[in-house]
Design a protein around this ligand. Structure first.
Ligand code: TRP
Ligand code: SF4
Length: 330
């Protein structure tokens, strides 16, 4: 008998090329979970979730999705070990979200912290939509469709998983034990701020992408702020107060890192030299990813991989929906 593995499911919205924050905040952990052999892993493109805030211009979704899958593979996610799929190819997710909507009081959705927060943050668009309010319920459908037990997410997504648990409890209490209660697996992330020390995000223009050219990275790193105490070259600095150092801590070997810290504290190195070392370290990390990403996009296998992943997901989704329709008397 094959061993029944607990299931991991996670997704990302295809809203642009992936940056270092995606890698250190999520993908590194996904790869680890995939390779642990302890879970059956399902990773998907949350296409409709991208629409909840980006519904006006949808012209890049398909392109970003391909790019995202290629980047996943470039960093070590493997379609032979995990299933990759696209939410938009699975109408079952919409059906299940609709059915969950029947049993979910609107205030449960209104009180999810990100509902208010993201509306404030993205005040340039109208987010008083059904779709945006329903974001966590659609996420609940994504998770429960595959009977996922573990959902690796960042801290900011925990409230969504908590809502999923409440919906699952209500569903199971009404119609019978169909879904396991999913648990959030919070990633112990190496916190990596954007180059301006705010959250790394495409919308702030402070992100380093995994696959952009070394020149583009250089253009962003060289003018980035450092420890403000280092006004003159001879002023000593405090690495812990410097965003550049947060990046060094991620890409450099221990010995090099210690040299940089010491050099900063004693003003033995200047910020320009320090940034050059960072660029070298970043390239050591990014170069193989960039090369693999380009190969995958060029190879033509990617579309077949996604079609196959969608097919596997669909088979699973159909089983779940059969059962759901049955227990709900539909
Ligand atoms: N909300 C998640 C994010 O923005 C993406 C997502 C959609 C997701 N559905 C999911 C994550 C299901 C985990 C499980 O990162
Ligand atoms: Fe930051 Fe490096 Fe300059 Fe120190 S030397 S302040 S760590 S950029």
């Amino acid at each position: 008998m094959p061993k029944y593995l607990p299931r991991v499911l996670s997704g990302m919205r295809p809203t642009g090329p992936l940056h270092l924050g995606h890698y250190f905040g999520a993908l590194e952990n996904w790869v680890r979970l995939q390779n642990s052999g302890e879970y059956a892993c399902w990773f998907f493109s949350a296409d409709w979730h991208a629409l909840t805030t980006g519904y006006r211009d949808t012209s890049h979704i398909a392109e970003y999705r391909r790019d995202m899958f290629a980047t996943w593979m470039a960093v070590g996610l493997d379609p032979d070990k995990a299933t990759f799929f696209a939410q938009a190819a699975l109408p079952e997710h919409g059906e299940l979200a609709t059915l969950f909507g029947m049993i979910t009081p609107i205030p449960w959705l209104e009180r999810v912290p990100s509902y208010k927060e993201v509306r404030q943050e993205l005040s340039d668009r109208d987010l008083s939509t059904i779709g945006f309010l329903n974001y966590p319920l659609l996420q609940t459908a994504d998770i429960t469709m595959y009977l996922a037990t573990h959902v690796p997410v960042g801290e900011d997504q925990l409230a969504h998983v908590e809502l999923s648990r409440e919906v699952v409890r209500r569903f199971n209490s009404y119609y019978g034990e169909v879904f396991p209660e999913p648990k959030g697996l919070v990633t112990k992330v190496k916190r990596l701020p954007g180059l301006d020390n705010r959250k790394m995000s495409k919308s702030y223009g402070n992100a380093i992408y995994l696959t952009e050219s070394p020149d583009e990275v250089k253009k962003k790193v060289m003018p980035a702020p450092t420890d403000p105490a280092r006004i003159r070259r001879s002023d000593p600095g405090t690495p812990e107060k410097c965003t550049i150092y947060a990046y060094q801590a991620i890409v450099q070997e221990e010995g090099t890192l210690a040299e940089i810290a010491e050099g900063c504290r004693t003003a033995a190195i200047g910020c320009v030299d320090c940034k050059k070392k960072l660029l070298a370290g970043l390239e050591g990390f990014r170069e193989p990813i960039r090369a693999k990403h380009a190969d995958i996009l060029a190879s033509g296998d990617l579309d077949d991989i996604i079609v196959e992943g969608n097919r596997k997901a669909r088979a699973e989704a159909q089983l779940t929906m059969h059962r759901v329709r049955e227990v709900m008397g539909l």
